[in-house]
Design a protein around this ligand. Structure first.
Ligand code: MF3
Ligand code: CO
Ligand code: CO
Length: 272
C-alpha cells in the first residue's frame, strides 16, 4: 500500500508505486471475472435488473464492495446500456430482446483498490451486421488507445488514436463522457478524452492508473440525459457501443488490470 504521501504530477495526476500494481490487478481481475460470468445469462427475456442482482451477489460473495452502489445516489452494482443507450443505463425490469446489443459496466473495490471495466454483449448471440461492426470498431478503438498509452506519449495521443480510427470508419466518438484516473479512488484526474490532437495534454508517466472507455456511435456524437438523471442516449437514436479497461503505465507501456481471464472481452467469442 502507498503509505507515504502521494506523488502527484503538475497536472495533479497521482503516480502510484510498483508495489501498487498488485492491488489493481486483484480488483481488475474480479471485475473482469464478473463480466465473464454474466455472459451466459445475457439472453432474450432476461431483465437487466436480474443481471444486476447476480452481479451484486457475486461482488458480495467475493468479499468485495460495489463502487457504484451509493455513488452519487446510484443504487446498482452495474450500468447496463442497451442499443442507443450510450452509458449509465439503470438496471430495471426491462427484458432483453433477441439481437439487442448491451454494455455491462462493473466497478468493484478490493482492499481499497478500484477495478472498472465494461464490455459489449449480444442478447441471443446474433447482432445485425451494423451492430457487429460498431462493436468491432469500438473494441479496436480501445485497443489502439491502449497501444498509445506509454511513457513519453501524451493523453492527446490516446484520444487521437481513438478518434482518427473511429472517424475513418465513418462512426463518431462521444465527447460528453470520458475515461478517468482511478486507483485508491473511483474518479480522479486526468479526464481521459477519447478524441484530441496528437502531442497535446499531459505526458504519460510510469505509475499512472486510469481507464480508457470510448463510446462510439453509428450516427452523430451528441447525447442527452433522460429524466432519470442517469441514462445517456444518442440524440439521433443511433446505436452506441463502449468498451472499458483499467490500465497502469509501466516502462514498457500499458499493464491491463481488467483482462478477461477467459478471453471473453470481445463479444464475438460467442458468435463463431
Ligand atoms: N463505471 C462507470 C465508469 O466507467 C461509472 C459508473 S457511475 C454510476 O466510470 F454511478 F453510474 F454507476
Ligand atoms: Co470508468
Ligand atoms: Co466503468
Amino acid at each position: 500500500m502507498s503509505t507515504n504521501k502521494a506523488r502527484l504530477t503538475k497536472d495533479g495526476i497521482r503516480l502510484y508505486d510498483p508495489s501498487d500494481f498488485a492491488g489493481m490487478h486483484a480488483a481488475g481481475r474480479l471485475a473482469a471475472e464478473i463480466l465473464d460470468r454474466i455472459a451466459e445469462h445475457v439472453e432474450p427475456g432476461v431483465t437487466t435488473g436480474h443481471l444486476d442482482q447476480l452481479i451484486t451477489d457475486w461482488v458480495t460473495d467475493a468479499g468485495a464492495t460495489s463502487a457504484t452502489i451509493g455513488y452519487k445516489g446510484y443504487q446498482h452494482a452495474s450500468c447496463i446500456s442497451i442499443n442507443h443507450v450510450v452509458c449509465h443505463g439503470i438496471p430495471s425490469d426491462k427484458k432483453l430482446k433477441s439481437g439487442d446489443i448491451l454494455n455491462i459496466d462493473v466497478t468493484v473495490i478490493v482492499d481499497g483498490w478500484f477495478g472498472d471495466t465494461s464490455r459489449m454483449y449480444v442478447a441471443g448471440g446474433k447482432p445485425n451486421r451494423k451492430a457487429e461492426r460498431l462493436m468491432q470498431v469500438t473494441h479496436d478503438a480501445l485497443m489502439l488507445g491502449i497501444e498509445a498509452a506509454k511513457p513519453g506519449n501524451t493523453f492527446g495521443d490516446i484520444g487521437h488514436a481513438i478518434q482518427s480510427y473511429v472517424e475513418a470508419q465513418r462512426m463518431s466518438v462521444v465527447r460528453d463522457f470520458c475515461g478517468h484516473g482511478l486507483g485508491l479512488v473511483f474518479h480522479a484526474p486526468p479526464n481521459v478524452l477519447h478524441y484530441g490532437r496528437a502531442g497535446t495534454g499531459p505526458v504519460l508517466e510510469e505509475g499512472m492508473f486510469f481507464t480508457i472507455e470510448p463510446m462510439v456511435n453509428l450516427g452523430r456524437p451528441e447525447t442527452k440525459i433522460l429524466a432519470d438523471d442517469w441514462t445517456a442516449v444518442t440524440r439521433d437514436k443511433s446505436l452506441s457501443a463502449q468498451f472499458e479497461h483499467s490500465i497502469g503505465i509501466t516502462s514498457g507501456g500499458a499493464d491491463i488490470f481488467t483482462l478477461s481471464p477467459k478471453g471473453m472481452f470481445h463479444p464475438t467469442y460467442k458468435m463463431t
